[in-house]
Ligand binder design. Structure first.
Ligand code: FPP
Ligand code: MG
Length: 312
C-alpha cells in the first residue's frame, strides 16, 4: 500500500483543480502553462496537507484549495530555482528556462504565485493565508541566504541547516500546519503536525542534496552535479571540509579542481556521504516521533511510512 492510498480520491481532486488553475485566457501563456501542468510532480506537499487534515480530524473541501495553492507555490519556486541554478532538466523534461528563456520562466513562476494567492484569498481561513504568506517570505530568505553563501568555504553546518529549514522544510511544515488547522485541530496538534513537516523537509533536502552527488539524470529526473557546478556547498561537502582540520587547506584547494566523480569518491572515503545519510535518518526519526501526539489512524501510518520512504 502506498502512503497516499487513504487520500487517493482527494489527491485526484487536487490534480484536477491544478489543471483548472494552470491556464490563462491568453493563448500563448496558456500553452506554456499547459505544458507545465502536464509534468505531474509527486504532489508530496498537497499530500501532506490532506494527510495532516485526516490525522487531525477530517479532510474538508477547503483542504483541496489549500493543497492546490501549496503546489502552485512549490511549482513557482522551482521555476525560479531552475533559473537560479541554470538547471536544464526537471521531472525528466527540459526546464522552462531551457524551453522559453529565463525571463519567461521567472514570469511564469510569478504568475503561478499570484494565482495561488488569488485562490487563497477566496475561501481559505485567514490564519492559513497568513501562514502561506509568511512561508513564501521564508522560502525567499532561505534561497537568498544560500545564494549569499555561494562559493563561501566558511559555511558551517548550522548555516546549511538554517538554509534548508527556510528554503525547503518551511513549506513542508506549512503544508502540515494548514492541513491540521483546516481540520480545526487544537494548537498543540497544529504544532506537532508542523514539527513533523519540518523534520520531514530537512530529511528530504539532505537526501535531495545527496542525490545531486550520487544520482544520474535517469534516476532523479534532474541534472546531477548542479550544486557542485554552482559552488553550492551541501552537507557532505561541508562535513568533508571540516572533519579533519589538518586537511582543510588541502581539501579546499582540491575542491576547485575535482570533478563530481572524484569528489564523490573523496566524500565516500571520508565517510561524509554516510554522515549526511545519518543526519537525514535522524530527522526522519524525529518526524515520526511527532506522530505520537495523535491517536493511531491510517493517516498516522501513512505519514510514518512517508518519513521512512523519504530516505530511499
Ligand atoms: C530547490 O532547491 C528550491 C527550493 C526548495 C526553494 C526555491 C525558492 C525560491 C527560488 C524562492 C522563490 C520563492 C517563491 C515562493 C516563488 P534545490 O535547488 O536544492 O533542489 P533541486 O535539486 O530540486 O533543484
Ligand atoms: Mg535547484
Amino acid at each position: 500500500m502506498t502512503p497516499f492510498e487513504s487520500i487517493k480520491d482527494q489527491l485526484d481532486q487536487v490534480q484536477g483543480r491544478l489543471l483548472d488553475l494552470m491556464h490563462s485566457s491568453d493563448p500563448l501563456v496558456d500553452s506554456c502553462l499547459r505544458q507545465l501542468s502536464g509534468r505531474k510532480g509527486k504532489l508530496l506537499r498537497p499530500a501532506l496537507v490532506l494527510l495532516s487534515g485526516q490525522l487531525a480530524g477530517r479532510v474538508r473541501p477547503v483542504h483541496i484549495d489549500l493543497a492546490s495553492a501549496i503546489e502552485l507555490i512549490h511549482t513557482a519556486s522551482l521555476l525560479h530555482d531552475d533559473v537560479i541554478d541554470q538547471a536544464d532538466v526537471r521531472r525528466g523534461r527540459p526546464t522552462a528556462n531551457v524551453l522559453w528563456g529565463n525571463t519567461a520562466a521567472v514570469l511564469l513562476g510569478d504568475f503561478l504565485l499570484s494565482r495561488a494567492f488569488t485562490l487563497m484569498s477566496q475561501d481559505a481561513p485567514e490564519a492559513a493565508l497568513t501562514e502561506l504568506c509568511r512561508t513564501a517570505e521564508t522560502l525567499c530568505t532561505g534561497e537568498l541566504k544560500q545564494n549569499l553563501f555561494r562559493s563561501r568555504s566558511d559555511i558551517t553546518e548550522d548555516d546549511y541547516f538554517s538554509i534548508i529549514e527556510s528554503k525547503t522544510a518551511a513549506l513542508f511544515a506549512c503544508s502540515c500546519r494548514i492541513g491540521a488547522m483546516a481540520a480545526a485541530a487544537a494548537e498543540p496538534q497544529v504544532t506537532a503536525a508542523g514539527e513533523y513537516g519540518r523534520h520531514l523537509g530537512i530529511a528530504f533536502q539532505i537526501m535531495d542534496d545527496l542525490s545531486d552527488i550520487r544520482s544520474t539524470t535517469d534516476t532523479s529526473g534532474k541534472t546531477p552535479g548542479t550544486d557542485w557546478l554552482h559552488q553550492k556547498l551541501t552537507l557532505p561537502v561541508i562535513h568533508w571540509l571540516s572533519s579533519d582540520p589538518t586537511q582543510k587547506e588541502s581539501r579546499l584547494r582540491m575542491l576547485s579542481e575535482l570533478d563530481i566523480e572524484h569528489l564523490k569518491s573523496h566524500l565516500q572515503q571520508a565517510g561524509s556521504l554516510e554522515y549526511a545519510c545519518r543526519a537525514a535518518e535522524q530527522h526522519s526519526r524525529q518526524a515520526r516521533e511527532q506522530l505520537s501526539h495523535f491517536g493511531p489512524s491510517a493517516a498516522a501510518e501513512a505519514l510514518s511510512t512517508l518519513a521512512q520512504n523519504i530516505l530511499a
